[in-house]
Write a protein that binds this ligand. Structure first.
Ligand code: RIB
Ligand code: CA
Length: 319
């Protein structure tokens, strides 16, 4: 597989961290940069967490560009399940690595304009609220020419929301940004709760992941233990959903996923349904489909995929 140039836009965040750690040991991916955004935590914390995770994963050379300080229009809402620092109870060493001077928005514009000229189109992985990409699109709409596709975690189509009755956190946190991106015409693969709730990380999986992951085993175990929210009431069993890591898995192992095309609309005016993602599965809107929505996931295959990837830390020098 020719290496895929990607940008990882994220709000670490425990599941963002697992996604980053998986990407770090995947040579099929050329990680051009990481662009933290205000989401699970305020920006200064998601930036710090990203810097620390780059060092934890032995990839200090990957540039980190600070993104938007707050959503496009609404007030920030922050995540509820990532602990007070965004990394559960895990305390990582103060980062030696520093954030780049160029902002995430300028980095996205600069990189995607170059990609449009070179033809090496970039896959933009969005693991948090889509503010950075939306602002870049508002500043330079033609950057779509440098995007191969956006592979994003967010939304809830046939599933109820996980932050409100209707809405998933990333979409609710910045519904206006989601509307801008989904209206831009850029090819989108959407991993919503419909997909991520098919892969629950149970305690037995955590034990397996920890046992194979060598250099990062202790930290991974802490993060995943914090993520196990005993959500028997909500999910009917122990464990936590693997949201963001599925974005990386989709790029590397698309055979584990099934999708269906639909036009996607984002609710950004209603108080009751703010951030809801609505799929026009049957063309009722008369609008062209705008996304590939993941409808089915091979959960067993996904667990095996992450086990194999995280085991690659066995050979790595402890960070
Ligand atoms: O709803 C799940 C999403 O919200 C994930 O990206 C998680 O990190 C939080 O940002
Ligand atoms: Ca996230």
């Amino acid at each position: 597989m020719k290496s895929v140039p990607i940008i990882i836009d994220c709000d670490p965040g425990i599941d963002d961290t697992i996604a980053l750690l998986t990407a770090f040991v995947s040579p099929e991916l050329e990680i051009l940069g990481i662009t933290p955004v205000c989401g699970n935590q305020p920006l200064e914390r998601t930036v710090r967490n990203a810097l620390q995770v780059c060092e934890l994963g032995g990839r200090p050379e990957i540039p980190v560009h600070a993104g938007c300080f707050r959503p496009m229009l609404r007030d920030p809402i922050y995540g509820q399940f990532h602990g007070k620092t965004g990394l559960g109870n895990t305390v990582l060493p103060d980062p030696v690595k520093t954030v780049e001077a160029m902002s995430a928005v300028d980095f996205l514009i600069d990189t995607l304009e170059r990609a449009a000229l070179s033809g090496e189109h970039v896959t933009v992985c969005c693991l948090g609220p889509m503010t950075n990409l939306a602002v870049a699109l508002r500043m330079r709409p033609q950057i779509t020419r440098g995007i191969a596709r956006v592979v994003m975690m967010g939304g809830a189509y046939r599933e109820p929301g996980n932050r409100t009755m209707t809405s998933e956190f990333n979409m609710l946190a910045d519904p206006h940004a989601a509307h801008v991106v989904f209206s831009s015409g850029v090819p989108i693969v959407a991993l919503a709760l419909d997909a991520t709730h098919q892969v629950m990380l149970k305690p037995e999986h955590v034990a397996q992941f920890v046992s194979v992951s060598g250099a990062i085993s202790k930290t991974l175990g802490e993060l995943m233990a914090f993520w196990d929210r005993n959500d028997v009431a909500r999910y009917g069993s122990r464990g936590g959903p693997l949201h963001d890591p599925l974005v990386i898995a989709y790029i590397l192992a698309p055979q584990l996923f099934e999708t269906a095309r639909a036009r996607v609309f984002i609710e950004y005016e209603s108080e009751l349904c703010m951030g809801q993602t609505i799929a026009d599965w049957y063309g009722k809107s008369g609008r062209e489909p705008s996304a590939e929505i993941v409808t089915k996931v091979n959960a067993e295959g996904i667990i095996a995929f992450f086990l194999e990837r995280l085991a690659r830390y066995t050979e790595k020098v402890a960070a």
